[in-house]
Design a protein around this ligand. Structure first.
Ligand code: MN
Length: 516
């Protein structure tokens, strides 16, 4: 099937399985940014959503399909007719499209969830794959809960799926239950027993409930699988999916034993990790492999001494290979607009509009007045904060705070609502609470605060604060971000950002197709 026997296709499901983790919602504009980052990394297949799940998912798959050229764009569908049609409709504009259809094959799932007999499930496999093939030649079939399925039945379903036209068969460890040796044996069993298995690419999709998602995926690759489904930062349901950065760097670093090519430009890993973390508000733990803040930090004296003499003493891969450049002192208060635009281009913000550029540049100058050294991270935080604000209904204008041990903590806030400036003064249990109360006074709303999170962009007491605010309203969740040298201004900006996203969601109407 594959031209290159050592090619392992990277199938990213950050925007589908990843988004299914509670709180990790992404809006359309954010999904488009992630899709572009994934394509830039060389991801083979981008699973952009589950079109029948919601109008938002349909729209996301549809819009991603319009802008992506190099990668295959994929939409998920259950076995039913409507699911497949909906996925096909969403993928219509894609240059290269894949329909991914699935049904559970384990005795437990068939009995309890589907309430179907094995023969009926087998029939549905053939029907759904055949139907999907009417829309594209690139069809993937998955046996949900594959690792807990009966082997004879699994072989029968895989064989029939391939006969019906599936070009990829995915064997998920849906519940994160398998052990590496066992999972590799399952893949080998299918390779040995399914007569037409050479007509399809075997894929794996592992969950991390026992911390084995990456180990299981790699064991399966060694057993013959040639597609790995994974996510940036290991985002995903429950404990998450296999982390793409770990899969890619394991293959690169241990090429002696894992003689496979992922095709991923690993230097883009850090940027993608940061983007997904910033959009979802899911902070990467400091000791996370590859992308954690400490992954390349050497604290112990004996280690530092070794690394200074020869980095290979304690580093099995270079920080540069994952895109971690030394924080460089790049710009100062004398840097001009032209240099600033060049810097943005270098950081990957190619097409920044003139208005947004003006805003970002003004804020950069303010920051340069307040902060001694401006690092790349500062500019990234500031620019990310600025994206999407120009068209928003509510804009931040100014904030003054009274706080300290004696109280009352009081915030005086000015916002521009639909172009009209409004202000309020409010008290609260602390300055953050007072600030959020002032926002509620100016723009009354019912949304509930689900998360308030602060972290410093760089080191030092003059570092910018980056704040994430998660709001929930009518079961919908949005994340807002704000960055500023003043933590409270960053907090107000993050809250306003989230609120604007809720307003956009409120206005959105259903696409006609779903009502049919
Ligand atoms: Mn999954």
């Amino acid at each position: 099937m594959t031209e290159n026997r050592n090619q392992v296709r990277i199938f990213d499901t950050t925007m589908r399985d990843g988004e299914q983790s509670p709180g990790a919602s992404m809006n359309l504009e954010e999904k488009l940014r992630i899709a572009e980052a994934l394509e830039g990394m060389g991801v083979h297949i981008i699973e952009a959503g589950f079109p029948i799940a919601s109008n938002g998912d349909f729209e996301a798959v549809n819009e991603v399909a319009k802008i992506i050229g190099e990668s295959i764009v994929c939409g998920l569908a259950r076995a039913g007719r409507k699911d497949v049609e909906r996925a096909a409709a969403a993928l219509e504009p894609a240059r290269q499209k894949r329909i991914h259809t699935f049904i559970a094959t384990s005795p437990l799932h068939m009995r309890v969830k589907l309430q179907m007999q094995p023969d009926e499930v087998h029939g549905a496999v053939i029907d759904s794959v055949s139907r999907a093939r009417n829309y594209t030649d690139d069809v993937e079939w998955s046996c949900e809960d594959g690792t807990r399925s009966d082997h004879d039945f699994l072989c029968r379903c895989v064989e029939s799926a391939i006969k019906a036209g599936a070009t990829t068969v995915n064997i998920p460890d849906t519940v994160g239950y398998a052990l590496p040796g066992e999972y590799a044996a399952l893949i080998r069993m299918l390779m040995d027993r399914v007569p037409n298995i050479d007509k399809a690419v075997v894929s794996v999709h592992c969950h991390n409930d026992l911390g084995l998602a990456v180990a299981n995926s790699l064991a399966a690759v060694q057993a013959g699988a040639r597609q790995v489904e994974c996510t940036i930062n290991g985002l995903g349901e429950r404990a998450g999916n296999a982390a793409m950065e770990e899969i890619v760097m394991a293959m690169r670093t241990r090429h002696d034993l894992l003689d496979f090519e992922s095709g991923i430009r690993s230097e883009k890993i850090m940027r993608a990790s940061r983007l997904v973390s910033q959009i979802t508000g899911f902070v990467v733990q400091p000791n996370k492999a590859i992308v954690g803040a400490n992954a390349f930090a050497h604290e112990a004296g004996i280690h530092q001494d070794g690394v200074l003499k020869d980095a290979q003493t304690y580093e099995i891969m270079t920080p540069e290979s994952v895109g971690l450049k030394k924080s460089t002192l790049v710009m100062g208060k004398h840097s001009g607009r032209h240099a600033f635009r060049e810097k943005l281009r270098e950081l990957g913000y190619g097409d920044f509009g003139d208005n947004a550029l003006h805003e970002a540049f003004t804020r950069f100058k303010d920051l340069a007045d307040q902060k001694k050294e401006i690092f790349d991270e500062d500019i990234i935080a500031l620019v990310d904060d600025e994206i999407g604000r120009a068209s928003a209904r509510i804009g931040f204008v100014s904030l003054a705070i009274n706080c300290g041990s004696d109280g009352p903590q009081q915030a005086t806030l000015k916002l521009a609502v639909d172009g009209e400036e409004m202000s309020a003064t409010a008290n609260g249990n602390g300055p953050v609470d007072a600030t959020f109360n002032a926002i509620k006074d100016i723009f009354p709303h019912e949304a509930e605060l689900q998360l308030y999170q602060v972290h410093a962009v760089t080191e030092g007491t003059d570092a910018q604060a980056e704040v994430t605010v998660r709001l929930k309203e009518d079961g919908r969740m949005v994340n807002g971000q704000g960055a500023h040298i003043d933590t409270l201004v960053a907090s107000a900006r993050a809250y306003v950002h989230a609120l604007n996203k809720l307003l956009v969601k409120r206005q959105k109407t259903a696409p006609a197709a779903l009502t049919a």
